[in-house]
Design a binder for this molecule. Structure first.
Ligand code: PNS
Length: 159
């Protein structure tokens, strides 16, 4: 059985993330989507809120589990006995950043943690959690970026 982890901030989850989750869940037998609890960042949503959002947004995918982690991804993956991380690539700028992280993870896990990249579907290539938050903060339309229930939660934060 082949398992993978899709780590990320997911602050909040977007249709871009959900596209990667669905496609990775079709490739791997089990997919754990894990929210990074990063104490050095001030996210819009708490880890609990992000986990709840992801659970609701992936409730139709039976082989997807939602979790959270803090610390190094390689330690979390080793604890879970998983040796593949999934990341989405939108553009060449993502690639430079992601390549460095993937190589670091492979090196410091003694080759145990590999990264599999999925290219984001073109319709979501422009999307990021940051731009969604910025548009919502000015009361713009984010209906094409996130599921409706996520949109309501974002607007609620900026009220
Ligand atoms: O959604 P993001 O913020 O682009 O996700 C980044 C993430 C969570 C994949 C990355 O920051 C990460 O794995 N952080 C955990 C700490 C770690 O393992 N760092 C080592 C790589 S330099």
């Amino acid at each position: 059985m082949k398992a993978a982890i899709y780590p990320g901030s997911f602050d909040p989850v977007t249709y871009g993330h959900l596209d990667i989750i669905r496609r990775a869940s079709e490739i791997f037998d089990e997919l754990t989507v894990s929210v990074l609890n990063n104490k050095t960042k001030t996210p819009l949503f708490s880890v609990e809120e992000r986990v709840k959002m992801l659970k609701e947004a992936t409730s139709d995918l039976p082989n997807v589990t939602i979790d959270s982690f803090s610390g190094l991804l390689i330690d979390y993956a080793a604890k879970k006995n998983i040796n593949v991380a999934i990341r989405g690539l939108r553009a060449i700028t993502d690639f430079e950043y992601e390549l460095q992280i993937a190589q670091t993870n492979r090196k410091f896990s003694d080759g145990k943690l590999d990264t599999v990249f999925l290219t984001t579907s073109l319709e979501y290539a422009y999307l990021s959690s940051s731009t969604v938050k910025e548009i919502a903060s000015f009361n713009g339309d984010i209906s094409e970026c996130v599921p409706d229930f996520v949109g309501r939660m974002i607007y609620e934060k900026y009220r």
